[in-house]
Design a protein around this ligand. Structure first.
Ligand code: PEP
Length: 251
């Protein structure tokens, strides 16, 4: 059966010392009060090599927030999937709406990134979700279907390594959360698309996280929905107590 997961996306926050302190604080909290779900923290690249050794890997997985769409070579400023994996990280967020919007990451570029992440043993946390105008036009189902093309070219075995995150862009960092009913409706739709492509067993085994202004006060209600398997958390992942509050929604 699919895993319940709470993953944090630190984005471009925390300097190295602050990041290490946050990872240590969370690790201490979860060592005392063990989580009932998988926990992942996705950090800026420069934190990875320092954060992986300070967390208990049996409790907290570590991931990057992006990786390059090229293997190696003359791509100044880029960080490859192999480099990410060499830090001990096991996950990578791909397709985040901020990457799609500000860095023009297309379905094709993301398909390359996913392929390279998997080739290097990383599990992609692959984000999909519509913008406000698309939601208002009732186009959310077709938008997520088009975005899934980046992962629907994979073999069933490789697709089984993907964690999906449905993140309505209008809910990210806005304080405006999708209602549990809205989340359930589209998560069920996403699962039906997976079933159509890979069959029911693969669909049932795929973790689909919700992301968008998730906090301790609304996590329990969202995660109680049958097709919501946890959360991808931005702002509330920057304070150990808030992130732990969301993790505790599974208690
Ligand atoms: C995100 O950026 O992945 C996210 C869900 O952000 P927030 O929780 O701050 O809305």
């Amino acid at each position: 059966m699919r895993r319940k997961i709470v993953a944090g996306n630190w984005k471009m926050n925390k300097n190295l010392q602050e990041g290490i302190a946050l990872a240590k604080e969370l690790n201490e909290m979860l060592a005392i009060d063990k989580p009932n779900c998988g926990v992942v923290i996705c950090t800026p690249f420069i934190h990875l090599a320092s954060v992986t050794p300070v967390v208990d890997n049996a409790i907290i997985g570590v991931g990057a927030e992006n990786c390059a769409d090229k293997v190696s070579g003359a791509y100044t400023g880029e960080v490859s999937a192999e480099m990410v994996a060499s830090t001990g990280a096991q996950y990578v967020i791909l397709g985040h709406s901020e990457r799609r919007a500000y860095y023009h990451e297309t379905v094709e570029i993301l398909a390359e990134k996913v392929k390279l992440a998997l080739a290097n043993g990383l599990r992609p946390i692959f984000c999909i979700g519509e913008v406000l105008e698309e939601r208002e036009a009732g186009k959310q189902n077709e938008v997520v279907e088009a975005q899934l093309a980046s992962v629907f070219n994979l073999s069933a075995e490789d697709f089984g390594k993907i964690i999906l995150a449905y993140e309505p862009v209008w809910a990210i960092g806005t304080g405006k959360t999708a209602t549990p009913e809205q989340a359930q409706e589209i998560h069920a739709h996403i699962r039906s698309l997976i079933a159509g492509k890979y069959g029911k067993e693969v669909a049932d085994n795929t973790s689909i996280l919700y992301g968008g202004s998730c906090k301790p006060s609304n996590a329990k209600e969202l995660f109680a929905k049958p097709d919501v398997d946890g959360g991808l958390i931005g702002g509330a992942a920057l304070k150990a107590a808030d992130f732990k509050g969301i993790i505790d929604a599974f208690k």
